[in-house]
Ligand binder design. Structure first.
Ligand code: DC
Length: 671
């Protein structure tokens, strides 16, 4: 996950490959609650691991449910309908799928068995309405106190044992604000439908109907066969009690699939294809119907029971006007696909966007405008016209995972009908953790960019000047890849020595360098499958590198390998010739130096930390000899690039150096 203040996406030009989706949020949290209410143990496979499911799991633990997990299977041992804990304070983050159903379930349990529960969340959760559900529960006889603004969390639910609920008459609930109110009652009332059936009637036009289908489907799996008349009247049969089905498999998240369907429609051109695994034609999730909307805009989608394959069809995409009531979450993705359409796209009947993680109509309108799009918005619609001129934009994400994932697709602006060539800065990328913690990793695994569009920071300088530490920290702070080119030369030296070739014979060493299969796995270096980290990182490794790196043939052999590190979202490369030879077009070049006395001291401290003793005088003369060899060799000698910024860090600690380079970097960015 990218836990950064922002993540810059370079202009992207194509996408190809396969992605496995994380589990559905809606199914995961329903299954967790049902497992928590059932008797016995439920083994949940492919459960989504995200912020929203984590708060639900914590709540279940606090309520006395058994929760354990291994090998991707989470086991929940439920309460069997009887409260094990009578008092708890539950923090539910910004998870509507936890807040609403837990509110209903705990309200009816507290009212009949006795108890006192407080439910709260983040500030935004306290702005998301729950009053219609609370009203329905109060009419039933539940005791619910508003602890803040009436009609919004936080709430206190309480009652004494032996309380009786008014279940004889139909329970009425509004359906036109959030379908989660009805879902909450459907999940809670089987707990009290023993003696007689319980009926729920929906007031107003029910929105987001497909989510109710998921609820009914999950209820059926846990032994409750709800009878219904359309979407107006639902009856829970008498004698209902939750029974665990034992094992439950959670399908991939259809809303999350929408970003990759859009990705395929926009960027899988010229024979490319995006294959999405985990959700397909047999999905029970309403957002799978996003596929129809994407097809209407021009996507070419093939499907199987639990997979989708998407290719670009019509291009530019077809502008359309669409009622999106049936796909409220995935419809946000259409608003971004609209950037690539042949005219204005209007999405209607989306009033529920305004009460989600943020006011999504306002948020989407504001951010798409920053990119250069023309946007009209109303109480329940949004209309997007593609940019005539794309603007480099630092977009806000409003602590809304879907804003972040949607807006990432704007980075394909080089493909737009009126093409752009501009990076997109995504604020607070870690907000995707709500439903898809590894979204950006998955995205970067599929996308292609023109090398010239991928930003590079080149850090060159002599041995032990602190390049590696600086580069590593910059890469971490920007979410970029890192190339330690010294390690590549070290690996070539080690491989050549192990192969027994003469290190002064450039052609033979180059042959070894060409053949070796080099892999970096975090800090570890594997050559031909063998872990040779120690040999590569040792002082001797450095000496071998210094010897083999003088040969032009060796440098040529390692050139393409180094270029291959230049991938989205960006690269920080350190070495001797990053700015002069390998990445002459680097966005920022830094030439890092420190006095040889300073460098010898740092190297000694480094070695000491690894339990190796060395005399400072020896280290200093080694370093000076190596400087001389690196800077006087004819092939790519160590020297600052003409346009490099010099940084003598003799008197700076690492944090100060990093801050300085980040300031230089900020000045080179267009935001
Ligand atoms: O930075 P280092 O100590 O890991 O580098 C080891 C040797 O590799 C160094 O003496 C010179 C060589 N090298 C090079 O020639 N070009 C690079 N880009 C990086 C390292």
């Amino acid at each position: 996950m990218y836990a950064l203040p922002f993540l810059d996406l370079p202009p992207l030009s194509a996408a190809d490959g396969r992605v496995r989706l994380p589990g559905s949020k809606s199914i995961s949290n329903r299954v967790l609650l049902l497992a928590g209410l059932s008797a016995g143990t439920t083994r949940i496979h492919d459960l989504l691991d995200s912020d929203d499911t984590r708060v639900m799991l914590q709540a279940l633990r606090a309520l006395g449910c058994g929760v354990s997990g291994a090998d991707g299977v989470v086991e929940v041992t439920g309460l069997g309908g009887t409260l094990a804990v009578r008092e708890a304070q539950l923090f539910l983050g910004n998870a509507g799928t936890a807040m609403r159903p837990l509110c209903a379930a705990l309200a009816v349990l507290a009212a009949t068995q006795g108890g006192r529960f407080e439910l709260s969340g983040v500030a935004r959760m306290h702005e998301r309405p729950i009053g219609d559900l609370v009203d329905a529960l109060r009419r039933l006889g539940c005791h619910i106190d508003d602890l803040g603004r009436p009609g919004y969390p936080p709430l206190r639910l309480h009652g004494t044992a032996g309380g009786v609920l008014a279940l004889q008459r139909p329970i009425r609930v509004r359906g036109d604000v959030s379908s989660q109110f009805l879902t909450a009652l459907l999940l809670a009332l089987p707990l009290v439908a023993q003696a007689a059936p319980v009926t729920i009637e929906v007031e107003g036009e029910l929105i987001s109907k497909p989510y109710i289908e998921i609820t009914l489907n999950m209820l059926a799996r846990f032994g409750i066969a709800v009878q219904r008349e359309g979407f107006e009247r639902f009856t829970i049969p008498a004698g209902s009690s939750y029974r665990t089905p034992g094992d439950v498999h959670v399908e991939g998240d259809a809303s999350s699939a929408s970003y990759f369907v859009a990705l395929g429609a926009i960027a899988a051109h010229a024979g490319r294809c995006i294959r999405i695994e985990g959700v397909g034609s047999e999905s029970v999730q309403g957002d799978i119907r996003f596929v129809e909307a994407a097809r209407a805009m021009g996507a070419q989608v093939d499907s199987g029971p639990n997979w989708l394959e998407v290719r670009r069809g019509q291009w530019p995409l077809r502008a359309l006007s669409l009622d999106c009531n049936h796909i409220p979450d995935a419809a946000m993705t259409l608003a971004v696909m609209a950037l690539y359409a042949n005219g204005p796209t209007r999405l209607t009947n989306i009033a529920s966007w305004r009460v989600k993680e943020t006011d999504r109509i306002a948020a989407m309108a504001a951010e798409l405008r920053k990119l250069g799009a023309q946007v009209l918005e109303g109480a329940d619609f949004i209309e997007v016209t593609p940019p005539v001129r794309w603007q480099p934009a630092a977009v806000r994400t409003y602590d809304d995972h879907r804003m972040a994932m949607c807006l990432s697709l704007a980075a394909f602006n080089p493909l737009a009908p009126t093409p752009g060539r501009t990076p997109v800065r995504i604020g607070d990328p870690a907000c995707v953790a709500k439903t898809f913690p590894d979204y950006f990793e998955a995205l970067f695994g599929l996308v292609q960019a023109d090398a010239a569009d991928v930003p590079v920071i080149a850090i060159d300088g002599p041995s032990a000047s602190g390049k590696g530490t600086l580069a590593g920290e910059l890469a971490r702070r920007l979410g970029y890849l890192q190339l330690d080119s010294g390690a590549i030369y070290r690996a070539a030296g080690v491989a050549a020595e192990r192969a027994g070739v003469d290190l002064d014979d450039g052609a033979s060493v180059a042959e070894v360098a060409n053949r070796m299969a080099l892999r970096f796995d975090g800090e570890r270096v594997l050559i031909d499958g063998q872990d040779l980290t120690e040999a590569v990182r040792s002082e001797r490794g450095g000496l071998l590198a210094s010897r083999v790196s003088v040969h032009p043939a060796v440098r040529t052999a390692l050139h393409a390998l180094q270029l291959s590190f230049r991938r989205a979202p960006g690269l920080v490369a350190d070495g001797r010739d990053m700015g002069t030879v390998v990445f002459p077009d680097a966005t920022l070049k830094v030439f890092l130096t420190a006095s040889s006395a300073q460098r010898a001291q740092r190297r000694q401290a480094q070695l000491e930390a690894r339990g190796i003793e060395a005399r400072i005088e020896d280290l200093r003369s080694d370093l000076e000899a190596r400087d001389l060899r690196d800077s006087t060799r004819s092939a790519a000698p160590l020297k600052p690039a003409e346009d490099a910024l010099a940084l003598d860090n003799s008197g700076l600690d690492i944090a100060a150096s990093v801050d300085l380079v980040l300031q230089w970097w900020a000045r080179r960015r267009p935001f």
